[in-house]
Design a protein around this ligand. Structure first.
Ligand SMILES: [Zn+2]
Length: 130
């Protein structure tokens, strides 16, 4: 059992800030999804009208935009998973505790990186070991 933990009040604050971030991510993902849907239906109607009228450059830009959209989607959903994991750590009481030295990870770091499982010192040591 770790000796130190964050107080329940602090954990509630962390939870609130993580949940706010989650809401943002969900909102952004919905926006991206809408954009992707519009782009996709736009492309299919274009090809029905006649492929010959579509300039190569335009088609290239469209697929580039879509790829970019998918890329953002992946990034957002990764972030979403991170935040969900952080919430899980709050629930099981391991949030903010370094998995290596059992010390409390500083609050500023947990706000910046809510899914951090190591303190800066242990993270640096880890890098040196590799
Ligand atoms: Zn540590």
């Amino acid at each position: 059992m770790p000796v130190k933990t964050y107080s329940k009040t602090k954990l509630k604050q962390f939870k609130k800030s993580i949940e706010a971030k989650l809401n943002n991510v969900v909102g952004e993902m919905n926006d991206l999804k809408e954009n992707l849907d519009t782009n996709t239906s736009g492309n299919s109607s274009m090809s029905q009208d006649g492929v010959y009228s579509v300039h190569m450059a335009d088609a290239g830009t469209d697929s580039y935009e879509r790829e970019k959209g998918f890329h953002f989607m992946n990034r957002e959903s990764d972030y979403y998973k991170y935040l969900t994991k952080a919430l899980g750590r709050i629930a099981d009481g391991s949030f903010g505790i370094c998995t290596i030295c059992d010390e409390l990870i500083p609050e500023e770091r947990m706000i910046e990186v809510p899914n951090a499982t190591k303190c800066v010192l242990c993270k640096e040591n880890d890098k040196l070991n590799i």
